[in-house]
Design a protein around this ligand. Structure first.
Ligand SMILES: Cc1cc2nc3c(=O)[nH]c(=O)nc-3n(C[C@H](O)[C@H](O)[C@H](O)COP(=O)(O)O)c2cc1C
Length: 136
């Protein structure tokens, strides 16, 4: 089956561990029902999320996410079809921003919106390799 991978970034609004944990609990329950997997990179200044699964399910979920008031400035970065999931074992992996990613200054200067599609993909490919290592 053809799978859609969709990536967006946004700015958390009212970020706290409680809010993040509520987002993840609901996301994982919903995503399991809809055959969606992915990863949510998070820090108080940025969300960067990859959703993957059946096209219509991913689109419906993204539509709900766009309306969520726990973040603002939702910005679509990538849409592509793939044969294989990057995060098959994760209803939604949560990931803090890593040191190799971006400083707060870079994020506030808009570095994430200026990434090429290949660079966006590379971020998640790298994370998925770590996810695989830690899973075994
Ligand atoms: C940064 C962020 C990421 C989210 N990721 C997901 C997700 O992967 N799947 C999901 O169903 N909802 C996600 N949500 C929550 C949705 O916006 C929405 O609250 C939820 O889908 C509504 O579910 P409900 O109708 O079961 O209450 C996310 C919200 C935010 C702010």
């Amino acid at each position: 089956m053809k799978l859609l991978q969709l990536v967006y970034c946004s700015q958390p609004f009212g970020y706290s561990l409680e809010i993040l944990s509520a987002i993840l609990i609901a996301s994982r329950a919903n995503n399991r029902k809809h055959d969606i997997t992915g990863a949510l990179i998070c820090r108080s200044d940025i969300f960067l999320q990859l959703l993957e699964g059946p096209e219509q399910q991913v689109k419906n979920t993204y539509e709900a996410i766009q309306k969520d008031d726990r973040h603002i400035n939702v910005y679509h970065l990538l849409d592509q079809f793939c044969e294989k999931r990057l995060f098959p074992a994760w209803a939604m992996k949560d990931d803090p921003v890593k040191t190799w990613m971006w400083s707060r200054e870079e994020v506030s200067n808009g570095i994430v919106k200026s990434l090429s599609k290949a660079e966006v993909e590379e971020v998640f490919v790298k994370l998925s390799r770590e996810a695989t290592i830690f899973n075994f």
